[in-house]
Design a protein around this ligand. Structure first.
Ligand code: FUC
Length: 796
């Protein structure tokens, strides 16, 4: 070590920690790409947060910036949200609703909206925000220049690395969030002995406006940073959560010293930092957890293991899920470019492996943000550096949360749905209270958003919040999980939740006075307005589509379980009276009961394509059984246009895949994978960052290669069709995929060349018969449980 860096190292050790403002060195040389092709990588550190790289174990997440002299590791714990348990139901709602309904049926939409805003919308009218846990800061000796700088995120190992050479010494930092040991591990090494020098300190999150700083940073045992704090109140809801972050610094060789708020390492051969974080949250109604006990236990256990052992356990658990699916869409020299350049160049059309990377990044993000026992992926998955994030980074359930889980089953990540299933069960409890107090109804209801506390009342304002079908849509995921797994014990466990969701609508559907159809009222077509001067309406198409699925699936579940015969009849009779899908004057699928779609002043390019739910994710509308409706949906989709916000763009790709137009789907995918919709770290941009587009985009790539659908939409027959390469774009001429899942309990692997199927392998876990389709050809395949079959392009 030269004198200058030694002096800096000493001054780091001797001064108390404060936010470092060290200049970053000049970067010279150009590092070559990492050897693992499923990597994101860069030749410069992250300047903006959306350039930093995400790691996570489903619960504990970090964004890694990769700065040479002052590294920022921004931390998240998935139960650190604002507020505490609360019931936001507006007590005036029940009395106001009959009048609201009458106004809607009388065409007084604006007045209905006003009455909803004053008497029905929740108190408070906003839900609680997801919060950041602050930043672990590592300060390194000042240095004028660093050579061959590279930072990368290896999706296959789920390890982020930063590497550079300084004065002839090569430094490497590795960081991962271990699902096996429940800690984040930072490893600092160099190719020379005694070269590791740094100080670790903590930057508490800025308090939200109007609050003073909560939280303290202390040192324990001379080597451990301990951060204790509380969450913050929001919208008048008291803050009741305690949290704790612990970071223990361990060094091989050298010395460790501490000030009152930082720990420094001097002249070590290598160092390891173990980071744990927890809150007092136990569940949405119990906040009596002991974060100190949790994090001390996690750190103690991890500290008994070597770094190599921690890394091996982490990698093994990550790869158990990640390696289930492989995808090859072709490889070109474009792969040699850093990720930010590939995003800028993807539209040129010569980088098919970048679509593979995007697909696998979506799977990586789901594995990293949604594991059993944790919270579901929120609007930003697990990653948020703000105390007032966009839309509170909560769960918007009029599309966004559902989209987060679109790739899960098909992309062989069924376990990752567990946190969502657990949340839906919670919502069936809080939603029963909302159904009773607000509507005087049985069952349960959730409107267009929820949060850590499982709030279910309508929020924001009438045009967005007055939508009763959020819980019903989520129930699709309960059913999907059964269709993919065939697990009857699981079905038995979730059936009461589906039944409760259906019950709410049996109790609240209204008869439309013109056609005597059954419709929701009040509702909205998320979040589109209509010419009545408001978004409030009766029976928007999406509601009826969602209810048709909910009712059919609930009946099928009851039939399979052999329960509730009378209830099944009642649900079937109600289903038969729901308003039908209608084709409007221009040949479009109508978004509302009335033909309002193209009235003057309508936003024909609206981001939501709610009425097209029937085409995707549902199978109610499809090119095989309902060609007229599919043509009407196609007309609507064309009029809506291809380019929209991140998630809305992803939805459009899936819809074109269902229409079997792979080239159109690909054209929109190219827009999604461009700088306007993909940040340098590949996070989806609404803008701003919102993770749903990543998940919807990954799902769409799978949907172009494989689709599977129930053949008997209205019965418990449990017959399925698997469609091979239904929307293969011309650009992906030759490729292969392994491990995709299909409804009915099938695993599918495919090879194709020159745009044609060359080999399909289908394995069965459930021993069901299935129809396999490739283009116009179909074949009935009978497989025993555990059996498999190989087919050629003739399906022979
Ligand atoms: C819905 C969308 C917005 C945004 C928000 C989180 O309300 O309409 O575009 O994605 O959710």
């Amino acid at each position: 070590m030269n004198m200058c860096s030694l002096r800096t190292a000493l001054s780091i050790i001797l001064t108390s920690f404060s936010l470092p403002l060290l200049a970053e060195p000049q970067l010279t040389g150009s590092a070559s790409p990492p050897t693992e092709p499923l990597s994101l990588w860069y030749r410069q550190p992250a300047r903006a947060w959306t350039e930093a790289l995400p790691i996570g174990n489903g619960r504990l997440g970090a964004m890694v910036f990769g700065h040479v002299t002052s590294e920022r590791i921004q931390l998240n714990e998935d139960t650190l949200w604002g507020g505490g348990p609360y019931d936001p139901v507006n007590p005036q709602a029940k009395d106001a609703l009959p009048q609201v309904r009458q106004m809607v049926f009388d065409g007084q939409y604006r007045q209905a909206g006003q009455l909803i805003n004053s008497k029905v919308i929740a108190r408070p009218s906003s839900e609680m925000p997801y919060e950041t846990a602050g930043d672990l800061m590592l300060t390194f000796p000042d240095s004028p220049s660093a050579e061959n700088y590279q930072r990368a995120l290896n999706l296959d190992t789920a390890v982020a690395t930063t590497e550079y050479t300084e004065n002839g010494t090569h430094f490497t930092r590795q960081i991962f969030s271990s699902p096996a040991d429940q800690v984040i591990v930072v490893r600092l090494t160099a190719d020379k002995k005694g070269a590791i020098n740094f100080a670790a300190g903590y930057q508490l999150a800025q308090p939200p406006r109007g609050n003073s700083q909560s939280g303290t940073v202390e040192i324990e045992s001379g080597n451990t940073l301990v951060v204790r704090g509380n969450n913050y109140p929001a919208s008048g809801i008291k803050a009741v959560l305690k949290y704790q972050v612990r970071a223990r610094v361990l060094a091989d060789g050298g010395t460790i010293t501490a000030t009152s708020n930082s720990v420094s390492v001097a002249n070590a051969d290598s160092a390891t930092i173990l980071i744990a974080a927890a809150t007092s949250f136990k569940n949405f109604q119990d906040v009596t957890g002991d974060p100190e006990k949790i994090v001390t236990g996690q750190i103690k256990a991890a500290a008994t293991k070597s770094f190599d052992k921690l890394l091996a356990a982490h990698t093994k658990e990550h790869q158990r899920l990640f390696r289930r699916v492989s995808l090859d869409l072709g490889k070109t020299d474009a792969m040699q470019q850093p990720t930010d350049e590939r995003i800028r160049n993807f539209a040129n059309g010569n980088d098919p492996q970048f679509a593979t990377l995007y697909f696998q990044f979506g799977r990586y993000l789901l594995i990293s943000s949604s594991r059993p026992g944790g919270q579901p992926a929120n609007l930003q998955g697990l990653w948020n550096d703000s105390m007032s994030p966009p839309w509170q980074s909560k769960y918007t359930i009029n599309i966004n949360t559902e989209m987060n889980y679109w790739p899960a089953e098909e992309c062989n990540l069924g376990e990752c749905v567990d946190p969502l299933i657990a949340m839906i069960k919670d919502l069936s409890v809080t939603g029963a209270r909302t159904a009773q107090e607000m509507y005087g109804a049985g069952g349960w209801v959730a409107h267009h958003n929820t949060d850590l506390w499982r709030a279910t009342a309508p929020i924001d304002f009438a045009d967005s919040g007055m939508w009763p079908s959020g819980g019903a849509w989520l129930c699709d995921h309960l059913w999907d999980h059964y269709e993919y797994s065939g697990d009857k014990n699981y079905l038995k466990n979730v059936y009461p939740v589906m039944r409760g969701a259906a019950q709410f609508f049996l109790d609240t559907l209204q008869e439309d006075p013109t056609n005597h159809w059954l419709v929701t009222n009040p509702s909205v077509s998320p979040e589109n307005g209509h010419p009545g001067g408001s978004g409030v309406a009766a029976g928007p198409t999406m509601d009826l589509e969602i209810l048709r699925d909910l009712f059919a699936n609930t009946i099928k579940a009851a039939e399979i379980l052999g329960v509730d015969a009378d209830f099944q009849k009642q649900v079937a009779a109600t289903r038969a009276r729901l308003a039908p899908l209608q084709i409007g004057s221009q040949g479009q699928l109508q978004e509302w009961l009335q033909d309002w779609d193209y009235a003057p002043g309508q936003d024909v390019h609206h981001r939501h394509v709610s009425h097209l739910y029937g085409l995707y994710p549902s199978w109610q509308i499809n090119v095989f059984d309902t060609p007229k409706l599919a043509a009407a949906a196609k007309y609507s989709l064309e009029k809506r246009g291809d380019e929209s916000t991140g998630w809305a763009t992803s939805w459009r790709i899936n819809l074109w895949a269902r229409l079997h137009d792979g080239d159109h789907a690909y054209k929109i995918l190219a827009f999604l994978l461009s700088p306007g919709r993909t940040a340098p770290d590949m996070f989806d941009l609404h803008p701003p960052f919102q993770i749903d587009g990543n998940f919807g985009g990954a799902a769409s790539i799978a949907e172009m290669l494989l689709q599977s659908r129930p053949l008997a939409a209205d019965g418990a027959a449990e017959k399925f069709e698997i469609d091979l390469l239904p929307a293969l774009p011309g650009v992906w001429k030759t490729g292969s995929v392994t491990g995709l899942q299909a409804r009915g309990g099938f695993e599918v692997s495919l090879n194709w060349a020159d745009g044609k199927l060359t080999k399909a392998e289908i394995k069965s876990t459930g021993g069901k018969t299935v129809t396999v389709r490739y283009g116009d050809k179909t074949a009935e395949i009978k497989l025993k449980s555990g059996g498999s079959v190989q087919l050629n392009s003739e399906l022979k």
